[in-house]
Design a protein around this ligand. Sequence first.
Ligand code: DGL
Length: 289
Amino acid sequence: MRVDLLAGTAYGAAVMPRRQPTILVFDSGLGGLTVLAETTRARPDARIVYAADDAGFPYGRLSEAELVDRVLQVMERLIARCHPDLVVIACNTASTLVLPALRARFTIPFVGTIPAIKPAAETTRSGLISVLATPGTVARDYTRGLIEAYAARCEVTLVGSTGLAGLAEAALKGETVDDAAILAELEPCFVERDSVRTDVITLSCTHYPLLLERMRRVAPWSVSWIDPAPAIARRISQLLGPAAPPPFSAAGDAPAIFTSGACISGPLRIALAGYGLSQVLIEPFPLMN
Ligand code: DGL
């Protein structure tokens, strides 16, 4: 199995146009905002469009065949609508499965988001690391391959959380989320054996950094949390090449596209505006199953 760390290396020599590039940041829901924030910081010259397949959320519950099919169909529509120069699959659940099919279907570069197992293995002192992700991501052959390739000498606990992405969405939408609910999802990551404890947790779903401050607060003990978003933003910047010359379109008026839009509340609109996404657009695409 091919294992590349940032899942975008097939396009190492991509040559981008010297005009303002358009980046499409895609996720099943709101988790990709954590990647969008870092990308905006790294590339203020780019026009960034955010797209959430909220009609398909959560991707963690879809079978592998359903997920490949779904992402290809939605991507077809989004690429036709946005004409991006580069697409970021800001979703581990999709990236660990769908990238080969996307690259076979479309010619533009795709940058993926995959569990940060190599950095976790390099960071741990105790040798106990935990991968916190969706049930889909922890079940992937790709994830197993990363562990074999980079963390064979560590004890890796895979934690497939069914609820944490939904809790992160709820919090961003302004709903009340109890600390106890967050802790219940996190607890299996904290392993203690013969006075040795887990000391690194990799946040392998882009939703989770949205709750990072609260996770730190409720954690049974202090650990290093790895959020891969800054590394992904660096990779995107590398692929785009030198910044485009000004003028750029005004920051703050970027669109957020939703395939359902059913749960867009006032607080969510305010949160999206905080990420520079002041236009909310709906591209209806119901999930048929
Ligand atoms: N944000 C997505 C990820 O990084 C997952 C959420 C979902 O289950 O749709 O895996």
